[in-house]
Design a protein around this ligand. Structure first.
Ligand SMILES: *Cc1c(COP(=O)(O)O)cnc(C)c1O
Length: 406
């Protein structure tokens, strides 16, 4: 029964369920949080300041502003560059909801253009065709941690006087031709959500080199009240504040920063661990006809956030969703990144998008499976994932060959 999928009564590849995207949390992270809790200062304060300074240094940008999410960062970035009702923002349909939702929150319209079939990143040639008089921003997503072709995007932006806001939720460690992501476009946003390369539970960071935007974003992230608002209860005497903008409650708190500080110190070390697991997956899967593995590219540093395979349902006779269920029964967690946004109820209804609009995004959306790839995994975990995938591939591809010849 060893080669029979657990779903059909075989023995599961592992006994304990392997959670997808569980983070690497070490004692030093826990101690830092305990220290914060004992300090009496829980909200935005010294730890956030320290975390921002470390992040700013890591990226090499002039400013780094800590927020409670990447989504908040995209919203504030769009406002900072002046996006308003009626404007158009060009982005990819192969992303998380928040990339396009934040555009809607500004009253602007997200304009989807299709992705490259091989990388899943936005197709720069198609950006050119989508530009109208109303276009203000190009909002690329560095999908799975793979930097987009930023030089081409910068050329387009320059030619048409557009801003570039990058959704780098997957790409903290990424580089495009030796230029650090976060220091390429006008404004870049990062996510520290629970499954991301660096996590604060929930959280985000925004980087820019623009003084005016940085000031506005910082103020708006905390109700729109004047600069030193968070110091109003500090050791200096009570400080009055003034409301300058109708701001938001988007600030990061010290408890979150405490979770992130040591992970940021380990960030390059953890990238090496994920690179190792990535290679192991590639070596195991590169000869399997039934799946497509991620393409390697020169000129970039891939942040290795999500290792995704594309399954070929036509060779396996099962769908991607069947495959996910089979994996779950083997006690292996997995994910789908993403079901293309234009296929979601709201976007279909609001903008009349339908299947067939973006064939490459749909191709990936229908076939993609994300495998566990955290620095917190042990080598055995990775071997379990490989065994489970091999078991399913071998079982179903034999089955399909059998069916063909019978
Ligand atoms: C996770 C994610 C976001 C949102 O990040 P939050 O910090 O949860 O707001 C945005 N874009 C992409 C591509 C993501 O994967």
């Amino acid at each position: 029964m060893k080669n029979v999928p657990a779903y059909l009564g075989g023995k599961p590849t592992r006994e304990k369920f392997l959670l997808f995207g569980s983070p690497q949390i070490l004692d030093e992270d826990i101690q830092e949080v305990v220290d914060t809790l004992k300090s009496g200062w829980l909200s935005t304060g010294p730890k956030v300041q320290k975390f921002e300074e470390m992040f700013r240094e890591y990226i090499g940008s002039k400013y780094a502003i800590a927020l409670n999410s990447c989504t908040a960062g995209i919203h504030l970035a769009l406002q900072a560059v002046g996006i308003k009702r009626g404007d158009e923002v060009i982005t990819t349909p192969l992303t998380f909801a928040s990339t396009a939702n934040a555009t809607l929150h500004c009253g602007a319209k997200p304009i989807f253009v299709d992705v490259e079939k091989e990388t899943g990143n936005i197709d720069t040639e198609k950006i050119k065709k989508a530009i109208t008089k109303k276009t203000r921003v190009i909002l690329p997503v560095h999908l799975y941690g793979r930097p987009c072709r930023m030089e081409e995007i910068q050329d387009i932006a320059k030619k048409h006087a557009l801003f570039i806001i990058e959704d780098a939720a997957h790409c903290i460690e990424g580089k495009y031709k030796d230029k650090k992501i976060g220091n390429v476009g006008d404004i870049t946003t990062f996510s520290f959500y629970a499954t991301k390369n660096l996590t604060t539970g929930e959280g985000g960071m925004l980087t820019t080199n623009n003084d005016k935007w940085a000031e506005e974003i910082r103020i708006k992230s905390l109700h729109g009240i004047s600069k030193h608002a968070f110091k109003r209860y500090s050791e200096e005497s009570y400080q009055h504040y003034e409301v300058i903008y109708p701001g938001y409650k988007y600030n990061m708190m010290d408890i979150q920063a405490a979770i992130g500080i040591h992970q940021l110190k380990r960030i390059e070390k953890n990238l090496k661990i994920r690179e190792k697991y990535w290679k192991r997956y590639n070596n195991a899967f590169c000869r399997m006809e039934e799946i497509i593995i991620p393409k390697e590219e020169k000129d970039i540093t891939h942040a290795r956030h999500l290792y995704t395979i594309l399954i070929k349902p036509e060779l396996l006779k099962i769908t991607r969703d069947d495959f996910l269920m089979l994996l779950t029964k083997e006690n292996i967690g997995s994910g789908v990144h993403f079901t293309a946004l234009h296929l979601h109820a709201f976007y279909k209804k609001k903008f009349g998008y339908k299947r067939g609009n973006f064939p490459n995004a749909e191709f990936i959306s229908d076939r993609t499976i994300s495998l566990p790839l955290s620095a917190g995994l042990r080598e055995e975990d990775v071997e379990n994932v490989i065994s489970a995938i091999m078991k399913i591939l071998n079982y179903y591809s034999l089955f399909s060959k059998f069916r063909k010849s019978s």
